[in-house]
Design a binder for this molecule. Sequence first.
Ligand code: ZN
Ligand code: ZN
Ligand code: FE
Length: 710
Amino acid sequence: MNEQTMIRQRLRVTGVVQGVGFRPTVYQLATGLELTGFVGNDSAGVFIEIEGNPQSIDEFVLRLQADQPPLAHIDTIERTEIPPTGDTEFSIVASLRNDDATTLVSPDLEVCADCLIEMNDPDDRRYRYPFINCTNCGPRFTITREMPYDRPLTTMASFVMCDRCQAEYDDPANRRFHAQPNACAECGPHVWLEQDAALPVDDVITATRERIRVGEVIAIKGIGGFHLACDARNATAVATLRERKHRTAKPFAVMAADLESAEAVSDLADAERALLLSPQRPIVLVEESAQSDLDPGIAPGNSRIGVMLPYTPLHHLLIHVHCDDSVVRTAAGEELPIRRSRGFAPFPVRLARAVPPTLAVGGELKATFCLAEGTNAFMSQHIGDMENIETLDAFTAAVEHMTGLFRIQPDRIIADMHPRYLSTRWAQDHHEDKLLYVQHHHAHIGSVIAENQHTGPAIGFSFDGTGYGTDGTIWGGEVLIGDLDGLSRVGHLGVAQLVGGDAAVKRPYRMALSHLWAAGVDWDPELPAVAATPDVEQRIIRQQLETGLNSIETTSMGRLFDAVASLAGVRHEISYEGQAAIELEALGTPDAAGSYEFGLLETDEALVFDPGPVIAAIAADVVAGVPVGIVSGRFHQALADAVVAAAQQIQQRYHIDTAALSGGVFQNVTLLEAAQKGLQESGFAVLTHRLVPPNDGGLALGQVALAGRR
Ligand code: ZN
Ligand code: ZN
Ligand code: FE
């Protein structure tokens, strides 16, 4: 090598480059090419100084991009020429902190194949060790207290590596070279059984399996929270779990030991199989097959079940457990997120337009928040329904965790306009001075526009159960036009009465009676909804409808689904949000010829979808004995047709060729696919969700995208 040709460059690498085995890869590449210098982490990413001949350095940069570790994702590599120093070796140097930059934290990673082989090998020193990990797998986001991602700044700091673990950590040729959570049974975290603390560690797994097998419910403290687990084939165990969780009907998810066991409960499509096996290991909502041996109590009244595969070593040791995790289903062959949590958080959504440091606190149900700066919008993990102090505390802790991790000190806080949402109150208590509000349905459309990086205008259909409207009534079937500089409401579902407020939400028969009333259809006792309403309650409802007393106006699409579900005799009372609509969709016959039609009325201020003709037609069909599946199929098609017809009318007037679909109602794949197909056939480009959920779990992204504009 000719001394004259030696040069030195400083490289700055950004993206998902920490906690994914990046520095070891750099080390091996550099030493392989006989280059000298060093590599290290700081809070902006990875810094490298590299010295050698120019061809080798070019080769190094090319290979770094081509051969990056499987879980890394390089955004940028910046190269600057600096004077050579005559280094004689390449090394990994201590991490640096700098306070003005953000790097991307990797989500937790499912256990890798190499670690599983070791865990199942009786001769391996990590045989049956539930916290086995390496540079290619293991926890990341949930153990990181601060950046950069280095052991002293993680929750593993208190576990001092034993000699053998330390030797692996220091050996560049080892798979655990600089693996921050590296541990073994001797030096790392261990498992114990709370009821039997004296039980030797080696017997804990066997004893836990046995308890699950005989029908007990076990709480397992795992990565990022507790899982409650029981045998999904055991009716008594499932019933006990429901009783303890006070959850009467909301579906539980099932963890299958492997793909083969998943195939035993569902005939999986290719897209579903790929999602199950994807590194995020989400819960995938799939159709349950006839040969499934799961207890029906897992998901009562639901044709779909949530299935997932194990992702931690502990899961592999204890199988057939239920838990709450990320949830996805497929629509038109593509992924549709229902809940974006473990395995995804805190991956950023890229914004087309930069924003100042912002915290958006989301809504109430399925709460998530979003922390954003520049073009990165970091969506939090799923926090739960913000209805009590526990979730509020979890919310506060998660905000502190993420603001610390990314060093984003928000200049402004965005909340929903609903005065009684706990998230809104939290924002008022903490940050009154920098608070802005974004209306709920605007935020839904903002989120779908933002995640698609769409920069022009769109016709937005924002359909959900509830949301505080700018006029103080409850919205939920809204048509908005505009872009991220501002949206305006140009249409909505016809107004109905929410009689008795919350009671109308819990008892869909009330919504059925309300919609019949609005449509001018008699309460025929032959209708299942009318039959399900006690006489006394009928009199009260009638009185409330006549006087408007104790009743609120609503344009909610979710409540229309409730009304139809009750009218068709599917469900009259619910125990979780969306239950009636989910069951109505599950029963629907595909391709039921459409014979219902919404009225489309142009008033002075808005285009109104009048559900009256649909309600009247359904009532007639039900009395005539038309099967529920047909009624459901026709209703879904009628709503999709109404969306297309409305989009066409608005297009003529405003010349907008893009439609955007968001809000919890679009978790309904039958509706989503029919509306999308109809719109595309009419020449519209259609924006739908792939990154954040259409439900309120995606709200915070839209709040960020729209904040400060309107
Ligand atoms: Zn591994
Ligand atoms: Zn060890
Ligand atoms: Fe919503």
